[in-house]
Each structure stands twice: as C-alpha cells, then as structure tokens.
Write a protein that binds this ligand. Structure first.
Ligand SMILES: *Cc1c(COP(=O)(O)O)cnc(C)c1O
Length: 363
C-alpha cells in the first residue's frame, strides 16, 4: 500500500484509540478483544434468510447464530422461540412492531415519551397510528395516562421500555398487562431492552422477560455485550411470529428476516463473547458496572452537582458545558446528560471526569 494511504489509516487508528479513553456517554462497552476470530474476515460469509433453515449459501455461521439465540432464550425464560441476529436494537424493535401488526393490523401502537427515537420512525414505516403516552419524571411510563389511552380500544400494540435511553427507566410490564386485561383490550407487547436486557437478569428481580406477557424483545449486542460491529438479537414467542412466517412464506419460503443478506460475523462475536465470559462473567461485569455507577453518584453529590439520578448503570445529571459534553462524549438531551457505567470504565476515569466538572463550574 502507498505510504500516504498507510498514514491515513494510522492517523485514523490513533484518533479512535485516543477517543476510547473518554467514551462515557454511550451505552457501548469497549473492553473486548476479538483477535481470535479476525481470521473469519477472510470469507464472504452471509447468514441470508431464516437462521433455522439451511440455505444454498453455505458460507454462513447459522449454527453459531442458533446457539446465541438459545443462550438468550434461556436467559429470558423462553422455551418455544424464534429469532435472529439483527443489525441492532432498532431493527429488533421494528421486527417486533411488524409481528404485532400481523396480529392486529388496525391497532394503534402505544409507547411513552421517553421511548427511543426510532419508535416513531418504525411506526411510520409500518403505517401504524401512534399514541404517545406521558412519562413520569423518572422516565417510566405514566400508568394513569396509559390507562386513559387504552380504555375503549379493542386492540393495542404496546412497546414497553426496559431501560430508557436517557434515564434507564423501566416500564412495569405486569402492570401494563393488568391495565390492558382490566379493560378487555387484546394486545401484543414488545419489550425494548436494548441495554438493560443484558443488565437486569444479572442484578434485579424486575420481571420484564418471557415470564411476563411480552411477545417479543430486542436487545443490542454492541451495547452491554460489546462488539466492534453493531448487532442485536430479536427473540419472539414462536406462536407470536408463526403468522408472520406463514404470510412471508407465501412470498418466499426462506425470507423471514427484515434484511436479505445478513451479517454472519456478529454471530461469531456474540458466540465468542458468551463462551469466553459466560453467565457468571456477565454477572460480575454488571455488578462492577453498578458499583461504578454508585461511585459516580457519590462523587457527583460530593461536589454538589445538581439533578443526580441513578438507575442501575445509568447516571443522569444536569447537563454540563458543551465543551465537557463533547470531551466525554456524553449523550445529552435538553437539560440532562448521562454517563452509562460499563466494564471498560474505571473509577480513575470517573474521578477525572468529576474533577473536570468541578473545574468547569468554577470558570
Ligand atoms: C440504543 C437503544 C435503541 C436502539 O438500538 P440500536 O442498537 O442503536 O439500534 C433502542 N432503544 C433503547 C432504549 C436504546 O438505548
């Protein structure tokens, strides 16, 4: 390769390497090493089509994909399942709404003000009417407003937030189901657990998985699990997507996922991570991250920083100067910014961040 091109790549590599040390705001772990599986990048691998059906495209990793889905089915207490590895949480949520629409084509979709920004786009793509439910100050859905909005509906599609993007708030699925049942509303509930799907099972008794009445769930892979390539899982009760499969089979027997060609490398990433870290390892990582968040809250309170709130690994606080938002890659919206505590972070890094905040305020 030409020297100038080599230089371009070296400069870009160094830029990313430096930025990784001040990467606090986004919910993506950065502590991983996939060197063992780099060699699979030699192949034009592609998991096109249904993960559970063979394909004439034989350079694929579907066996690994199925094992990853099996891991999540166990984690989330589901026996009869179908799913696939997506390009991330947004695609999984889109699939959930898509499956819901097959059950209730006329139903509106309900989600709260604090739901992820992709929900409106997903609903728009599917031509679903949206009913936006108010959120409580802690970011959780406002149950009274939810009840007011479902009253009188024959059918409803509901997206429950299992860890909102800004505050890490959790909508109580059993409570939503009770309200729906109380008013005789037939429903399909999808859970958006982009980050917390890999957090709650290890540190909390909060019920959000298939022991509740959810029909499907989306979890991101590049968030808590950690991946250099965005990915996620979509997992559904087999009975919930059968209708969709029949409908799809009408057009093409093998095409049951949203995209045609699908990444086959992230199946290996997920699989490798699951086997090298394991349930116990993930539990330790989550516990470490929650301890970091506790520590950050304590430090922010020590310097008297306003509006400090915590939900597990999410620490929200009053938005600092734009210089600091940019420096620490904080995710910010209106007057609030947050740090997501993850395995790649350390107390030393958080201390440096809090020192920056304290100094910034004095200016
Ligand atoms: C990040 C996130 C998403 C979207 O996930 P992507 O993997 O970025 O597509 C959806 N919902 C919540 C709550 C998120 O935090």
């Amino acid at each position: 390769m030409k020297k100038t091109l080599q230089k371009r790549l070296d400069t870009e590599y160094d830029r990313l390497k430096l930025l990784k040390t001040t990467f606090l705001g986004y919910p993506c772990d950065a502590d991983f090493d996939y060197a063992t599986i780099y060699r699979f990048l030699e192949f034009p691998i592609n998991n096109v089509g249904d993960p559970f059906e063979p394909s004439t495209y034989r350079l694929q990793t579907k066996q690994f994909e199925r094992e990853v889905l099996g891991f999540f089915a166990r984690l989330l207490h589901l026996k009869e399942y179908w799913g696939y590895i997506t390009n991330g949480g947004t695609e999984g949520n889109l699939y959930g709404m898509y499956a819901a629409r097959e059950h209730f084509p006329q139903a509106p979709v309900l989600f709260s003000e604090h739901a992820h920004y992709s929900m409106k786009k997903n609903a728009h793509l599917l031509g679903l009417k949206t009913l936006i439910v108010k959120s409580a100050p802690n970011g959780e859905i406002d149950y009274a407003d939810f009840e007011a909005k479902v009253r009188g509906l024959p059918e409803a599609i509901v997206v429950a937030n299992i860890g909102t993007t800004m505050l890490g708030a959790i909508d109580k699925v059993p409570r939503l189901s009770r309200i729906l049942a109380g008013h005789g509303v037939r429903s399909y509930i999808h859970a958006d657990a982009a980050l917390y799907g890999m957090v709650l099972p290890f540190v909390s008794k909060t019920l959000f998985d298939f022991r509740t009445k959810i029909n499907s769930i989306a979890i991101s892979g590049h968030k808590f699990v950690g991946s250099p390539i965005p990915c996620g899982i979509m997992l559904a009760r087999k009975s919930a997507v059968e209708k969709l499969r029949t409908y799809i089979e009408y057009i093409d027997a093998h095409d049951s996922t949203l995209s045609g060609s699908r990444d086959a490398f992230t199946s290996l990433v997920f699989w490798y991570r699951i086997h090298t870290i394991g349930m116990r390892g993930f539990k330790k990582q989550v516990e470490y991250s929650v301890r970091l968040a506790d520590f950050l809250v304590q430090e922010l309170k020590r310097i008297g920083w306003p509006d400090v709130r915590q939900s597990y690994v999410t620490v929200a606080f009053k938005r600092p100067s734009e210089r600091l938002v940019a420096k620490w890659e904080l995710a910010a919206k209106d007057g609030t910014a947050h740090v997501i505590c993850l395995p790649h972070e350390t107390k030393a890094e958080l201390r440096a961040f809090v020192r920056d905040l304290a100094a910034d305020r004095k200016r």
